[in-house]
Design a binder for this molecule. Sequence first.
Ligand code: SF4
Ligand code: SF4
Ligand code: SF4
Ligand code: FES
Length: 346
Amino acid sequence: MSMVRLTIDGSEVEVPEGTTILQAAEKAGIRIPTLCYHKRLPPIESCNMCIVEIEGEEEPVNSCAAPVSEGLVVTTNSKALHEQRTANLKKILKHHPLDCPVCDKAGECELQDIVYEFGIEDVPYEPRKVKRDDSYSTTLIRYWADRCILCGRCVAACSDLKQIGALEIQGEDEHARIVVDPDKCKSCGECLMVCPTGALTENLSKYKGRPWLVKRVWTTCSYCGCGCQFQLNVLDNRVIGITTDVDTGVNRGSVCDKGRFGYEYIGDESRLKKPLIKENGAFREASWEEALDTVAEKFKAIRDEHGPDAIAGLTSAKCTNEENFLFQKFIRAVIGTNNVDHCARL
Ligand code: SF4
Ligand code: SF4
Ligand code: SF4
Ligand code: FES
């Protein structure tokens, strides 16, 4: 891999050919403001917040898309750049309502953070004439057209990360909006993950807790053996949503519809809290000690009377590898049979 040397804000940086200026700056510890850029998506270039000056060039370029080249001299933080970024941000905000007090994204909103960073106080706000009951094709996600800055991340995520292509931007100027094809959408929530604003919100967690109030607990998704990593957002001992991180786990922030939205069962009142033993056709609650002793006795009785092959174990692809390993060990080494299988065959 050939390396390229360039200068960014007076520091010399060496990076592999094909690196963008934005990535090279990050490597040098220099932060360039961005809004439409997402590290898992190809450059979209809709916000122009990441502009930088290149010595010898008349116009600034978008650093998220511009590749490095040998000897480039880049400036990321001039007064002119700041003024142009501020103007670009104000343009993005032109139709954005000052909704933060009732927006589920407030506190973890990239737009809110960048508006704060640039200290924008005088937004030329013109309310956009859109209905507020906009929903997606899925009941799990809500689209707030007036909060949408048309960055295009959701469209790119649906087509590039999920290979589904259910979204597109339709219309011009203030009528432009994201439109979802209900026949294609799989309710996976990948668009939610990448949206930098509160334009896409999750209906299950709506108004349940502010991001700064929840306790975040890392966990491994229990729905299948992929081992996706995410945080459970816990408030008052109840799970009210999940948060993913592009830098963590094999899933790099992506999860399927079950992982993203299937958490309400955790606090469901009808869940079993104690083992049940069936006697005379009816269940009664039992302690774990009694339940496990009963199961062990029954297994032993069957094995003694009919041999170990009279018993079979069926485990689940929804268990972890470690649990499945232990299960087959139990069936083979303790019961003494190779009759062990798993539900993925179904
Ligand atoms: S999307 Fe962000 S900036 Fe806009 S109202 Fe919601 S929190 Fe505020
Ligand atoms: S929920 Fe998934 S499939 Fe549906 S639009 Fe969003 S990314 Fe595409
Ligand atoms: S819904 Fe979100 S990700 Fe999609 S274009 Fe609007 S602001 Fe960007
Ligand atoms: S972050 Fe580069 S154009 Fe938006």
